[in-house]
Write a protein that binds this ligand. Structure first.
Ligand code: ATP
Ligand code: MG
Length: 500
């Protein structure tokens, strides 16, 4: 530690004049941030605004080009992740960093193993279960993390950070994959940390949550500080205006589409234990919202319809024809596409450029004449970059270097290009900012207008209520409720159905 005498009332964390550029991008230009002990500071901003970059600098994962940091008044240079950890900074990243083949407890203590495997195993398993208990997470403790659901993996990440002595805890979109109950548990954990005097930086695009958990908000736009204010002194529409630079009156664009003939029919689809006799119809121009708790079988249902998992029973019909689906290839040829929830593992090749990722699944669709294909692709890609407002320095920017929300939009664009008749969206707006959500909803409305049948799986209840013509609620593999009159439904209605 530095010899400068820390004053007792110095803020827990001060970041001053932080500047960071990547080739072609000024990610941060002179950002200041102050965090007090026992405070939850929400960090807001559009996709690509620089939030993750700022916290990666705090975590020692990136070096700032300029600027300084102090912890409890002491200047610090957090030159590596290890240095940040020993300074008491714990980070839960937007993209998980778990080793899929290792169990939850092995992941939690990875790199900090002490003693023989036998001694460790007992002690670490015990400590891991205690932390899971504290945060109310139910995790099969010895299962490889690759087999856990996204929500469970998120809980392992949280446990990993909690297993270290943290003074500053950073959470980059920790709730993006969680259902309302899981978010409640997470908030209980955050409140406990706050009571212990830990300072928390919380990044999220869910403004309802911010209002519940944050003490203060700070907004970044285009890598610059815009404002910070006590949460009690700021309204939702002000936060939106600070983020996007304009007001958004209605977050869910209206549409008037006449619902036509039945297109997709699912008849008693079954794959135990996650999908049990699911029967469902979706018509031309209809958007069906599918909600439920994590583990309710929503994603598994989507995978059956997409041919990604074999069915144990039941039939899928499209436009009056029975489909034989043995692989996703069969589904795509039949006109069904699935936008997966897990962009990192199923959606993108992070080491390829954005435009190459866009082209990947479309190769078969376009001309085999190389140069024609190339130009068409570029044009199509540019079209999506414009309509979805994907923020990139150039089409050649690596997918892995895009901000989280922009990666999600990229996944969306490449599947939309398939021009399918049935589109299944699994958590389409996870991690996408308010403005971007609006673009995606508008696009969904347009697809419905073209006569496509749309299934939207989502845990974000305002989105389900705002966008669906009909809502299906699942619980333990079964449909436990159908809401035809969406206008009369509330979040409580859906939650009651979701718990069975
Ligand atoms: N390693 C990198 N190489 C090149 N550019 C990068 C890199 N990391 C981030 N960027 C760019 O820096 C800018 C800020 O990205 P950052 O990930 O901080 O955004 P964010 O506010 O976290 O957005 P989101 O809400 O989408 O997660 C973006 O333009 C992004 O493309
Ligand atoms: Mg980010």
């Amino acid at each position: 530690m530095n010899s400068a005498t820390p004053t007792a009332d110095a803020p827990l964390l001060e970041m001053q004049g932080i500047q960071k550029s990547f080739p072609g991008v000024h990610a941060l230009s002179g950002v200041d941030l102050v965090l007090q002990k026992g405070e939850v500071l929400a960090l807001l901003g559009e996709n690509g605004a620089g939030k993750s970059t700022l916290i990666k600098i705090l975590a020692g994962a990136h070096r700032a080009d300029r600027g300084m940091m102090r912890i409890s008044g002491d200047p610090v240079t957090l030159a590596s992740p290890a240095a940040a950890i020993s300074a008491g900074v714990g980070v839960i990243y937007q993209e998980f960093n778990l080793v899929p083949g290792l169990s939850s407890w092995e992941n939690i203590f990875l790199g900090r193993e002490e003693g023989s495997l036998f001694v460790r195993r007992t002690a670490e398993r015990k400590r891991a279960s205690e932390i899971f208990e504290q945060i109310g997470a139910r995790i099969p403790i010895d299962a490889p993390c690759g087999q856990l659901s996204i929500a469970q993996q998120q809980m392992v990440e949280i446990a990993k950070a909690l297993s270290q002595e943290v003074r500053i805890m950073v959470m980059d979109e920790p709730s993006a994959a969680l259902t309302p109950q899981e978010v409640d548990k997470l908030f209980a954990v955050i409140n406990r940390l706050r009571d212990r005097g830990i300072g928390i930086i919380y990044i999220s695009h869910r403004l309802d949550e911010i209002a519940r958990i944050a003490d203060r908000v700070m907004v970044l736009r285009d890598g610059k500080y815009v404002a910070d204010r006590l949460i009690s002194d700021v309204t939702r529409s002000t936060m939106i205006e600070w983020m996007v630079g304009r007001t958004i009156d209605d977050e869910f664009p209206k549409r008037s589409v006449s619902i036509g003939d039945t297109r997709l029919q699912l008849k008693k689809l079954r794959r135990e234990p996650s999908v049990r006799d699911v029967t469902l119809e979706i018509a031309r121009g209809e958007i069906i919202g599918v909600t439920g708790l994590v583990g309710a079988g929503r994603t598994e249902l989507a995978r059956l319809v997409f041919g990604a998992d074999p069915m144990e029973g039941g039939e899928v019909w499209l436009d009056g024809r029975r489909l034989k689906l043995h692989s996703p290839g069969d589904a795509i040829r039949a006109g069904i596409c699935l936008l997966t929830e897990d962009r990192k593992h199923q959606g993108l090749v992070l080491g390829l450029s954005a435009s190459a990722n866009f082209a990947l699944p479309n190769l078969a669709m376009l001309s085999t004449l190389g140069w024609v294909r190339h130009r068409q692709e570029r044009d199509r890609f540019r079209h999506y970059v414009d309509t979805l407002k994907i923020r990139l320095s150039s089409p050649d920017q690596l997918a892995g270097h895009l901000s989280g929300g922009n990666q999600q939009k990229l996944v969306l664009s490449k599947w939309l290009e398939q021009n399918s008749e049935v589109i299944i969206f699994d958590e389409p707006t996870r991690g996408v900012d308010v403005g971007g959500k609006y673009e995606i909803y508008t696009l969904m409305n347009e697809l419905a207008r073209q006569g496509k049948a749309i299934m939207m799986i989502s845990s974000e209840l305002p989105e389900v209520l705002g966008m669906s013509d009909r809502i299906i609620v699942m619980h333990e593999g079964r449909i436990t409720g159908t809401v035809d009159n969406v206008g009369d439904a509330t979040q409580e209605t859906l939650m009651d159905l979701a718990v069975g």
